[in-house]
Structure formats: structure tokens, C-alpha cells
Design a protein around this ligand. Structure first.
Ligand code: AMP
Ligand code: MG
Length: 515
């Protein structure tokens, strides 16, 4: 665990509020020294965003910094404490078992960002684990996080993937790596659960004040801060999960320790994108009962938020019944908020662009906008039912809808076993478009293509890229895929292979837990 001073000045300037304000919520710790750190990939754009010198980081000395082996001036590496509900069961002590928060950086836009290492060795929270990560899962997190970011979906991001030159042992020996990742924060639902379960109300209170200052500064003077904070997290998660659903993303392990307070997607383990539309789709090898299936994600999000609400109860109201009543009222906002985000996003995918006034919770009798929302919801649901029955590719089908406006139905029809099944729906959709004024067809098609990516991380392509990197040390397929995913909405010539699902439609594809 010895660390040396860095040989480069890459412009790191830390301001470690977590360390300063949350004593008792972490353990000071150091990264394990690794044999031969070597940069696999540096995210130069993100480095720039953080005000770091990418040229200096892109070096042997930079690799030592990014693996935690030379401690940067101002860094105060620590392992965070947290708990979590995993597959429904409560684990009172999880914590950073293979991760370290190096510190916080203020980026060029003035935003506070955590810099964390994942795979940096054992910590007091490691339990039986080795504290390590393998190259495959590290590159997978890099790739999928960047794909999500390029789609405009809130996410943690990879700053670098560094090979350690060591082996990690899973079922077989695998090359090891460390991921340096950047997040709005690493506060999780499970962070609050940790102190609530221990009945450490003072720590819980400090954690809440910290989270509010960091993510919801506008609530600092609220007369019911815990409740308002819960509402803010509910709102962010409702928006986030709607975005996942709109691109067919399946997180795979939505435990409460993997759900952020910030509203960013975090901890890409056995995640994957759905090919054929089927709400029951599960890829994770450990999700035997489909708890985290695609279609369950909104429901699981509310379940997780209910765990956050429980943790906050003592801070919501001193009178327990009143606390529960208030928290329940706030949790009930998830459904309508999610529905409204979902519908807005799905309308955009169908090219429905005219503004529709959202119905407020107390809007009373049905308004024309409510009626239209109900009709549009049915239009979307009916299309999804057809895609399901036709075993159609989710991403490919939505993207191909835009072509229909250009009088080309071919790419949509090939998605369906029986293309004629689409015709009545297409007629309804065209009729709906006629009462959605504002855009001529070419512009509408363009708007649709901005709402439905053509390039997503196709499972077989991700696997191929990781296999080449792990088995042959060949990073070219990874680089190529990363490049394509960096601009997911713009079709470019020569990239057809990146739009195709695996020949068998991805049937039987399994992801493993990324540990
Ligand atoms: P995850 O499923 O990756 O979100 O991790 C759940 C918990 O297990 C967290 O507390 C991790 O720190 C811990 N963990 C996962 N993998 C390892 C590992 N290889 N060594 C030590 N702890 C781990
Ligand atoms: Mg996790």
C-alpha cells in the first residue's frame, strides 16, 4: 500500500467535501500497489472537462496516477460506507469493497465531481472479495457509460481504464484493471440505509445536509428538508428510469446500493440493451427470478425509493405516523412523474412534437390534454404490443419509423415476422400526425432520429470487443465501437454492422456480474 508522489502535474486540484464533512461515513485508505500499470484507454474529452492535462495523463506516470499508485497532492483516498438491499434482502454493511474515492474535482463548469477508482484493492469493506476488477468488466463499464452519456442519459463516466499487469482470479485467471470513474457523487440510497439501520441519527442528519448542499442546494432553507429531498430524488429517478426504458437499457442489478441520489446511472455490471422487444427480458446470470427485468425497472425504482423514504423517516417527522404519511404521499408522485417523462419521450420517438400541457395532479375533470395523453399512451402501447408479438428489434424498429415519413417502410417491415400486422397501426399513427401541427415531414423525421438512436451497444459487439481486448490484447474493436457509440443518433455510411442484432436476435444472451 505504499504510494509515491506523482511525477507529473496533470492539473488535479482537489476539494474534498466528503472527507471534510462526513467523518464517520468512510475509512481513510490507500490503493493497492500494482505490478505494471498501463493505460488501456484515457477519456481525453472528459479529462478536458475536468480541467486536467490529457497529454500529461497519457503516459506511464499518468497510468500510475490513475491506478492510485502515486498519490496526488490534495487527494484524500477513502472507502465509503454504505448498506443496501440486494435482490430484496438487506445487507447492513456493503461499502466500497473494491473502490476508493480519490477526492472531488470542480470541473470547468463549476460542478463538483467525484473521482473514484474501482478495482483498487481490498478495503475494510471487502468481506470475502479480492478488491480487484478484471479488464473485461472495466472496459464494459467504460463503453456502456460513454454510450449512455452520448445518448444524453445521466451517468457516471469513465476517465480511464488502466491494466494492472496482474491477474485476478474468477472462474479462470483474467487480466486485472482499474477503472477511474467520475460521478456527480457516489451517494446512494444505500448510504442513507447504512446510518438508518444503525440508528445513527446524527450521522444521518449530517449526510442529509451534505446531500442537499451538493445536489439540491435550493432546499437548504426548506421547512421540511428531508421530505423535499426525498421528493427531489424521486423526481430525478423517475426521469432517469424513463430514459432507460426509452432506449431499451436494462441495468441488471438495481439494488439500492446501485441507485444514486444524483439521478445518474451507476455501477454497470450485468447490464445490457434489449434487442427484441420483450418486457420480460433479463440478461443477468444471477437474476434468476427476473426481479430486474426490463419491464420491472420502474416498479423496482419505487421499491428502492421506498427504502430511501424509510431511512429518512426519523428526519421527516418526529411523529412516526405523520412521517410515514408524508413519505407515502411523496413516493406516490413517482408514478405520475414517470408516466409523464415516459410519455414525453415516447411521443418524441413517434414524431409527436406539438406541446401538450401536462395535466397537474389537481386538474380535476378530464381536459382535452388528458384525453390526448390517454390516446397517445394507447398508441405507444399498441405499437409495443405489435413489436412484442412480431419479435421486432426495439432500437431498429423505432429508428425505422422515421424512414416511413420519407416514404420508405422497408427497414421497418423487415423487423416484423408478419409486416402486415403493422398496417392498421401505421394508419392510426398517420392520422395522429395530421393533428400534430408544426413540422413538415423531413423535419419531423429528423426530430424522430434525434430521439431514437441508431447505434446502441449491441450485445454481441460488446462481447466481441471485450474478448479481443482480454484474449488478444487487441483494443481496436473496443476503440471502433466506442467511436461509433460516441454519436449514436447520426447515421454514417459503412456502419451497418453496428445496427444489427446478433443473428439469433440475442436469444440466450447472458451477462455476468462484472466482479
Ligand atoms: P456490486 O455488485 O459491484 O455493486 O457490489 C456490491 C458490493 O460488493 C459492494 O460493496 C462492492 O464493494 C462489493 N464487491 C463487489 N466485488 C468485489 C470484489 N471483487 N472485492 C471486494 N468487494 C467487492
Ligand atoms: Mg455497486
Amino acid at each position: 500500500m505504499s504510494a509515491t508522489a506523482p511525477e507529473i502535474d496533470a492539473g488535479f486540484s482537489f476539494d474534498n467535501s466528503y472527507h471534510r464533512e462526513l467523518a464517520g461515513c468512510y475509512v481513510d485508505w490507500q490503493a493497492a500497489t500494482v505490478a505494471a500499470p498501463r493505460l488501456l484507454k484515457l477519456n481525453r474529452a472528459l479529462a478536458g472537462e475536468l480541467g486536467l492535462n490529457a497529454d500529461r495523463l497519457d503516459s506511464a506516470a499518468g497510468a500510475r496516477v490513475l491506478v492510485g499508485n502515486s498519490v496526488l497532492p490534495g487527494a484524500q483516498p477513502l472507502a465509503q460506507a454504505y448498506a443496501g438491499h440486494q435482490f430484496g434482502g438487506f445487507s447492513p454493511q456493503l461499502g466500497d469493497g473494491r473502490a476508493l474515492l480519490l477526492g472531488e474535482l470542480i470541473d470547468r463548469q463549476g460542478r463538483r465531481r467525484d473521482l473514484q477508482l474501482k478495482g483498487s484493492g481490498r478495503t475494510p469493506f471487502s468481506r470475502g472479495g479480492d478488491g480487484k476488477a478484471a479488464v473485461g468488466p472495466v472496459l464494459r463499464e467504460y463503453l456502456i457509460g460513454e454510450a449512455m452519456h452520448a445518448m444524453g442519459i445521466p451517468t457516471t463516466r469513465a476517465l480511464a481504464a488502466v491494466a494492472t499487469g496482474e491477474q485476478v482470479f474468477r472462474e479462470t485467471p483474467l487480466p486485472g484493471a482499474v477503472l477511474a470513474r467520475v460521478a456527480a457523487s457516489h451517494l446512494r440510497v444505500g448510504t442513507f440505509e447504512y446510518f438508518a439501520a444503525r440508528r445513527e441519527t446524527e450521522s444521518l442528519q449530517r449526510l442529509l445536509a451534505y446531500a442537499i448542499a451538493r445536489h439540491d442546494p435550493g432546499l437548504a432553507d426548506h421547512d421540511r428538508p428531508a421530505l423535499a429531498f426525498l421528493a427531489a430524488v424521486v423526481g430525478r429517478q423517475a426521469a432517469l428510469i424513463a430514459r432507460w426504458m426509452q432506449v431499451g437499457f436494462i441495468h441488471g442489478v438495481m439494488n439500492t446500493d446501485n441507485m444514486t441520489i444524483s439521478g445518474e446511472t451507476i455501477d454497470y455490471g450485468p447490464c445490457a440493451f434489449m434487442d427484441r422487444y420483450d418486457p420480460a427480458t433479463v440478461f443477468s446470470s444471477i437474476d434468476h427470478h427476473g426481479r430486474y427485468a426490463y419491464g420491472n425497472q420502474p416498479g423496482i425504482a419505487v421499491w428502492n425509493l421506498a427504502r430511501l423514504a424509510e431511512a429518512l423517516l426519523p428526519l421527516i417527522d418526529a411523529e412516526p405516523d405523520r412521517a410515514v404519511e408524508s413519505a407515502t404521499e411523496v413516493l406516490q408522485r413517482f408514478g405520475p412523474a414517470y408516466e409523464s417523462h415516459w410519455l414525453a419521450g415516447m411521443r418524441a420517438k413517434l414524431g409527436l412534437v406539438a406541446a401538450v400541457e401536462p395535466a397537474g395532479p389537481e386538474s380535476g375533470p378530464e381536459t382535452p390534454a388528458d384525453e390526448m395523453a390517454a390516446d397517445d399512451r394507447a398508441l405507444v402501447r399498441d405499437l409495443l404490443d405489435i413489436l412484442h408479438a412480431q419479435a421486432a428489434d426495439f432500437t431498429g424498429s423505432f429508428r425505422a419509423l422515421a424512414d416511413v415519413l420519407d416514404r420508405d417502410e422497408s427497414r421497418l417491415r423487415v423487423q416484423c415476422r408478419d409486416p402486415a400486422a403493422l398496417d392498421p397501426w401505421l394508419a392510426r399513427w398517420r392520422a395522429r400526425l395530421r393533428v400534430d401541427p408544426g413540422l413538415a415531414s423531413p423535419e419531423r423525421a429528423r426530430a424522430m432520429r434525434a430521439a431514437s438512436p441508431i447505434y446502441i451497444p449491441r450485445n454481441h459487439l460488446v462481447e466481441r470487443a471485450l474478448a479481443a481486448a482480454v484474449e488478444e490484447g487487441d483494443l481496436e474493436p473496443f476503440e471502433a465501437l466506442l467511436e461509433v457509440l460516441g454519436d449514436p443518433f447520426t447515421e454514417r455510411p459503412g456502419l451497418d454492422a453496428y445496427t444489427q442484432a446478433a443473428p439469433d436476435g440475442g436469444a440466450g444472451y447472458q451477462t455476468f456480474c462484472g466482479t
